[in-house]
Design a protein around this ligand. Sequence first.
Ligand SMILES: C[S@@+](CC[C@H](N)C(=O)[O-])C[C@H]1O[C@@H](n2cnc3c(N)ncnc32)[C@H](O)[C@@H]1O
Length: 317
Amino acid sequence: MEGDDVAYLEAARTVDDRAHSDAATDAFRTALERPTLGRPARERPTPGADEGSGSADGVRVFEAGAGTCGMLRRLLDDGALPAGEWVAVDADERVLSAGRDRLHEAARVAGYGVETEGSELLLELPDDATLRVRFAVGDAREVADDRGGDFDGVVARSFADLLAPDDVLDLLGTAAPDGWYHLPLTFDGETRFAPEHPTDHAVIDAFHGTMRNRGRAATLLAERFREAGTPPTVDARADWVIEGTSDGAETHGGAAYPADEGTFLRIVLDTVVASVRESGAVSAATLSAWAGTRTAQLERGELGYVAVNRDLFGRVP
Ligand SMILES: C[S@@+](CC[C@H](N)C(=O)[O-])C[C@H]1O[C@@H](n2cnc3c(N)ncnc32)[C@H](O)[C@@H]1O
């Protein structure tokens, strides 16, 4: 989805949290606890040996499109941060910098010691363990080319649908042979709004038409993994779901939607309308009527939304 910014990513957090599949989350967290699965112990780096080395103990993770560090902050909230090194990459300097600041603050509030070394954060975890978080601004494919090859795993949430499948497969080369990938919330080409509107099909079809492969990224990637002989060990639905009220009643402490999900939905709606307008696939009158109805429903808290995503986890091909 285009137009990502700090407000959108922050508003998405509760929607993301609900969407994750337990199966992929469990597989991912197990992999974080067993770093040598993807990398023989003799090849693991020693501390301070050179740029790119992390803690001698622990996992090394490359995260593409890290955004506002939502993945790391979720692990922090759950007391599940791993020891080791995590390289968070994003093309948007402003977004990644906001993520760094929020992670720092969340770790401080949670009672972890935090040291800074340049732009890096060194999080002091229980039992004398540490997690070094490095931040890199740039195209994940280029950063991966520079630093890749021996990470235990590659993480990319709500990201794999932004690249061509071949580029995602290349990116997974950042992991060591037998390393793992975790691609949660990968869009899979279905969007629904509720209640139904007579021109939904035209608008949503046009929206999907603006995306690479009509947005079927998860299906295509899973096929590619199967063809390469490494089918995903977890391929689970992880839809974004926001329910509207059927009668416009205010339900969440006076607000129409929980947390900041009204903002999330507004940005989704704006993105759909802008993309379809630019495509020219729907008449201006039809799009304007659809947008007007949907905006009024959003303001009344009646608008529901589902985006079909899948969580993919497995061994890199
Ligand atoms: C939908 S957001 C997801 C952010 C984060 N993973 C999350 O789930 O909260 C996608 C992120 O990918 C970043 N991005 C897009 N293309 C990129 C690229 N080629 N390399 C690195 N980051 C990219 C955007 O700046 C944005 O922060």
